[in-house]
Design a protein around this ligand. Structure first.
Ligand SMILES: *Cc1c(COP(=O)(O)O)cnc(C)c1O
Length: 369
């Protein structure tokens, strides 16, 4: 079997090969029941066992406490930008910390449903730093505070979630963790609600994960569609409408794969985190030591998952990408709003893939001298 290329896509993104092979093997007949997963009733015992297992595996993996519900929804992170204010704003002001393209979108969408205060923004420096929580202009009595805990486009990550209580705020923290969910542990004591599309780190597009503290459920605005009211979704165990069954199954296989991962004495998410630190370190160290490539994000907030970088001579971009493709290094072109390159190093990317990228970057630099 020839090895598959290394896929650095920002999303939908590479999935673990073991998961893809297992899904292929089970495509026509899941566990001897005579049906494929796509063909099953979502209310039948077969699919019920799949979704129940997926939810409990995820709860264990991410150490989600009993105070928080796990919901599988649809519409992606962008729909949650509307669903969250419809459910949590209760007519009050929403604080948003703008740190890049995704939190900017969240602020814009929330304005349709609630007054929005931009509590801090790093727009002035081109989204390359993280505004210090102590300097955020939080609203007294805000309905919630929204952050994007990993900015997929600009490559900025919160390495510690803000402690809103210590900042004098009683508001729940909402995090958009679409692009780093399951790459590191989450401190749930600081989180009221977390949401993320599956297509970066959990599975195929079509499933949206929402983890929400029980007391935040049940306060939706009257205009909120029933299918997007967390009360309805929670009361119906994520099956008010037909859920994205195949996507949930694939995410479930990914959770089982995550549980099997080991790194020294570590397993599951801590093992992934150790691997992700090593992967990101390898690439950033190489870029920082080079005079040919550059990453412009402040060192203390660089994302482990999404690494945007530039060739100092941008006229070489097309040649760089073509050479990468020839070596089986796929989807390295940067986001259109930033330019340059971006390497996304989600859980399914092995250290060997990052090593292959660094080897290629070194070699490309030499041929340009
Ligand atoms: C990809 C992404 C989204 C958008 O997700 P959709 O599924 O396309 O709606 C939102 N937020 C972040 C941080 C993302 O990376």
């Amino acid at each position: 079997m020839t090895p598959r290329p290394y896929n650095f896509s920002a999303g939908p993104a590479a999935m673990p090969e073991e998961v893809l092979r297992q899904a292929a093997a089970e495509m026509l007949d899941w566990h001897g029941c005579g049906m494929g997963v796509m063909e099953m009733s979502h209310r039948g015992k077969e699919f019920m066992s799949i979704v129940t297992q997926a939810e409990s595996d995820l709860r264990g993996l991410l150490a989600v406490p009993e105070s928080h519900r796990i919901l599988f929804m649809q519409g992606g992170g962008l729909a949650e930008n509307a669903i969250v204010p419809m459910n949590l704003s209760r007519g009050g002001t929403v604080d948003v910390v703008v740190t890049g393209g995704w939190s900017q979108k969240s602020a814009r969408e929330a304005r349709k449903y609630a007054p929005v205060n931009v509590a801090a923004s790093n727009e002035a420096d081109g989204h390359t730093t993280l505004p210090a929580p102590g300097a955020w202009q939080l609203t007294a009595g805000a309905s919630y505070v929204h952050i994007c805990s990993n900015e997929t486009i600009h490559g900025i990550e919160f390495h510690e979630l803000p402690d809103l209580k210590a900042l004098g705020s009683d508001a729940p923290l909402v995090i958009d963790f679409s692009s780093h969910v399951a790459s590191r542990p989450v401190d749930w004591s600081r989180v009221g609600l977390a949401f993320g599309g599956a297509q970066k780190n959990l599975g195929p597009a079509g499933v949206t994960l929402v983890v929400v503290r029980e007391d935040l459920i049940g306060h939706a605005l009257p205009i909120c569609p029933s299918a997007f009211d967390y009360r309805t979704v929670a009361d119906n165990a994520s099956m008010y409408n037909t859920p994205p069954t195949y996507g949930i199954y694939m995410a479930g296989l990914t959770f089982q794969w995550l549980k099997r991962q080991r790194e020294g004495a570590l397993t599951g998410i801590p093992a992934m985190e150790a691997r992700n630190i090593a992967k990101a370190g390898l690439l950033y160290d190489f870029i920082d030591a080079s005079s040919f490539y550059v990453n412009r994000v402040a060192r203390d907030c660089r994302s482990r998952m999404n690494v945007p970088f530039f060739l100092r001579d941008e006229s070489r971009n097309e040649a760089f990408l073509a050479g990468a493709r020839d070596r089986g290094l796929l989807q390295l072109k940067g986001h259109k709003s930033v330019g340059g390159m971006r390497a996304s190093l989600y859980n399914a990317m092995p250290l060997a893939g990052v090593q292959a990228l660094v080897d290629y970057m070194r070699e490309f630099e030499k041929t340009q001298a």
